[in-house]
Design a protein around this ligand. Structure first.
Ligand code: FE
Ligand code: FE
Ligand code: ZN
Length: 289
């Protein structure tokens, strides 16, 4: 199983520290933000210990395709109301694509954004316009549009909306999808029938475009359009269904990334990854973390 989690990237070791953190959880994949997800302040690439990170990954048989970058959620490419937000999205996306390439990661996860006071169709055309205004698309980086929960005016909570964006971009070879189990549950899909979900995904978008899975339980009932992540087995999806996602052979080559909340201020990832690998759930171990 290719299992990883969201890890920190901070001084002094930066990306090397991220890999170390992932290894400490028994992970063979990882996802990081290149700085605080709430802002666009970033360190120069020379400071990030990229070479050391790659060496450490190689020593531990983790290919670069299991290293994933998540764009900060402050950028909103669907906003057509405030031009300055739109301009920031374009500029930041360009620099983030470059940074992702320099870090050596293949996938940059991006939230499509929220249409705010307009409507879904305006939101989708705004995203397409924004993505097409980006002047530099690295050859080896794929932007993975994340499936969203549909909270507020979020774009991308139906596979059809993601497909519409993907068929409107000028560089389709640079686009793919990140499927978040909590988000699709909240959007109304039945994660406990994951083969059914994959069939629908395949029919509408095409399974070959699926590159990353975010494996999270959800605090909300299916279809609530809320987006609140829960620890594995502590939400409405349940451990059995999430294990079935991790074990599904049709996406065996796709990294599954945990974005579950800390418990008692401690990361649950080591335990959650072990429980997935052994298919043995023990709520007590998480609760007493
Ligand atoms: Fe996300
Ligand atoms: Fe996610
Ligand atoms: Zn979420």
């Amino acid at each position: 199983m290719i299992l990883g989690c969201h890890v920190q990237m901070k001084a002094p070791l930066y990306v090397e520290g991220s890999v170390k953190e992932a290894l400490s959880y028994g992970a063979n994949a990882l996802m990081l933000y290149t700085g605080a997800p709430q802002n666009t302040k970033r360190n120069p690439i020379e400071k990030l210990h990229v070479k050391e990170a790659h060496e450490l990954m190689k020593e531990n048989n983790i290919p670069l395709s299991h290293l994933i970058v998540h764009a900060p959620y402050i950028i909103n490419p669907a906003n057509s109301v405030k031009p300055e937000v739109a301009e920031l999205a374009k500029e930041f996306l360009e620099s983030e694509l470059k940074r992702t390439e320099e870090i050596g990661a293949s996938f940059l996860v991006l939230h499509p954004g929220s249409y705010t006071t307009t409507d879904m169709e305006t939101g989708i055309s705004t995203i397409i316009e924004r993505l097409n205004s980006v002047e530099y698309y690295p050859e080896n980086v794929i932007i993975c549009l994340e499936t969203m929960a549909g909270k507020g005016s979020e774009v991308g909570y139906r596979f059809e909306q993601i497909e519409e964006i993907m068929s409107g971009v000028n560089h389709p070879e640079n686009f793919g999808v990140c499927l978040d189990t909590c988000h699709i549950n909240d959007a109304g899909y039945d994660v406990s029938d994951f083969d059914g979900v994959l069939d629908e995904f395949d029919r509408i978008i095409g399974l070959k475009h699926l590159h990353v899975i975010h494996l999270n339980d959800s605090k909300n009932e299916r279809g609530q359009r809320k987006d609140r992540h829960a620890n594995l087995g502590m939400g409405t999806i349940g451990f059995e269904a999430l294990h079935a996602v991790a074990a599904n052979e049709r996406c065996a080559e796709i990294p599954k990334i945990l974005e579950t909340p800390y418990i008692n201020k401690k990361p649950p990832y080591g335990i959650e990854i072990e429980m997935l690998r052994t298919n043995h759930y023990d709520a007590e171990r998480l609760n007493t973390l």
